[in-house]
Design a protein around this ligand. Structure first.
Ligand code: NAD
Length: 334
């Protein structure tokens, strides 16, 4: 298929573009290269057959229209996969407007341009965070109400609703994916797992919110990418699909797993790393726990995660150890 992929220079986007090309799709990668979109990530695709890159913003309707109307080498696009987003919750607390802009206005301009150019299938890559926070047990289902609690998750929920309105009003073949926390290669160092690894390797304090008891369900990024492809191949119009890794961990549990792997791989004592842990004031409005019931996706799409957490996390730590040049010069904040 000819795919119009947005955000393909970011974490999930880079891994998705690779998988889509390997699966035989043609990809136009449309990305604004914000701080999170990295030119370095694109090097591996340079010169690949069936691949083009366009440096532009999804809020720029004129540019979008020009690219979409040209098609892929003159052939119409079959689907848009919207992975572009402002994605970091902490940043959304300080720069909420840019989140609303990209995650809601950008989605709207993509949908309008899709409609104009008759690109019928639109996959909106969304998040479990649109449902808000859970207590210590249970999982969000497809019937759970949207109760986003950060400017990030609110802007993603808004984007999802606009997308569904285009299915209802204009018959656009909208499909939405909602996934739990991803980990893997190419994740920007501001996120929790790369923060742990890069701070530990740099001998810097490792910040942990409150007592580190917030719980997230972790999925290896390739499993999320294969989920998006399965929605492209087998999903239905108006369908909302949940994906998760069935690996719930508190932040402090996750931290200790990673520091253990780092100690083993670097030959240092784990204590060298654990002494860097610094408990910091909690994020305002920090959601306690997320978990998704993804049994419908398993039934309808035949999808399930393939990577065991112990394998995926070792691979991830190994990638950051082998690719210090990728992250060492980046501003590491939190
Ligand atoms: P990321 O921040 O690593 O990458 C975002 C990409 O979007 C970057 O390449 C950036 O340059 C691009 N971008 C941002 N604004 C743009 C704009 N206005 N126009 C064009 N491109 C723009 O994010 P990520 O972690 O890869 O997340 C991608 C998507 O997956 C997001 O929609 C996010 O909500 C969703 N998601 C992420 C996770 C996760 O754990 N990372 C989990 C579930 C869902």
């Amino acid at each position: 298929m000819n795919l119009f992929v947005t955000g393909g220079a970011g974490f999930i986007g880079t891994n998705f573009v690779r998988m889509a090309l390997e699966s035989g799709h043609r990809v136009l990668n449309y990305d604004a290269l914000t701080y999170a979109g990295r030119r370095d990530n694109l090097i591996e695709f340079e010169g690949a057959a069936g691949y083009h890159f366009v440096h532009a913003d999804i809020c720029d309707s004129a540019y979008l229209n020009r690219e979409m109307s040209h098609g892929f080498d003159g052939k119409p696009f079959d689907a848009i996969i919207n992975i572009a987003a402002e994605s970091h919750v902490d940043r959304s607390l300080n720069f909420a407007t840019s989140f609303s802009k990209t995650n809601c206005v950008g989605v709207t301009s993509l949908l309008e341009t899709a409609l104009k150019n008759k690109v019928n299938t639109f996959i909106q890559v969304s998040t479990d965070e649109v449902y808000g926070s859970l207590g210590e047990s249970g999982s969000f289902t497809l019937e759970s109400p949207l109760r986003p609690s950060s400017p990030y998750s609110a802007s993603k929920a808004a984007g999802d609703l606009v997308a569904l309105s285009f299915a209802h009003s204009f018959g656009v073949d909208v499909r939405i994916t909602r996934c739990t926390n991803n980990y893997g290669p190419y994740q920007y160092p501001e996120k929790f797992i790369p923060t742990i690894i890069t701070h530990a390797l740099a001998g810097k304090e490792i910040p942990v919110f409150a007592q580190g008891l917030n719980v997230r369900d972790w999925i290896f990024v390739d499993d999320h990418c294969s989920a998006i492809l399965s929605v492209l191949e087998k999903g239905k119009t108006g369908g909302i699909y949940h994906f998760g890794g069935s690996t719930e961990l508190t932040n402090i549990e996750l931290l200790h797993v990673i520091l253990g792997i780092l100690a083993e791989k670097t030959g240092k004592e784990k204590e060298e790393y654990t002494k860097l842990i610094k408990f910091v004031t909690d994020r305002p409005g920090h959601d306690l726990r997320y978990s998704l019931d993804w049994s419908d996706s398993k039934k309808e799409l035949g999808w399930q995660p393939q990577t065991k957490f112990q394998d995926g996390i070792r691979k991830t730590v190994g990638w950051y150890l082998d690719n210090k040049k990728w992250w060492q010069h980046l501003q590491i904040s939190r």
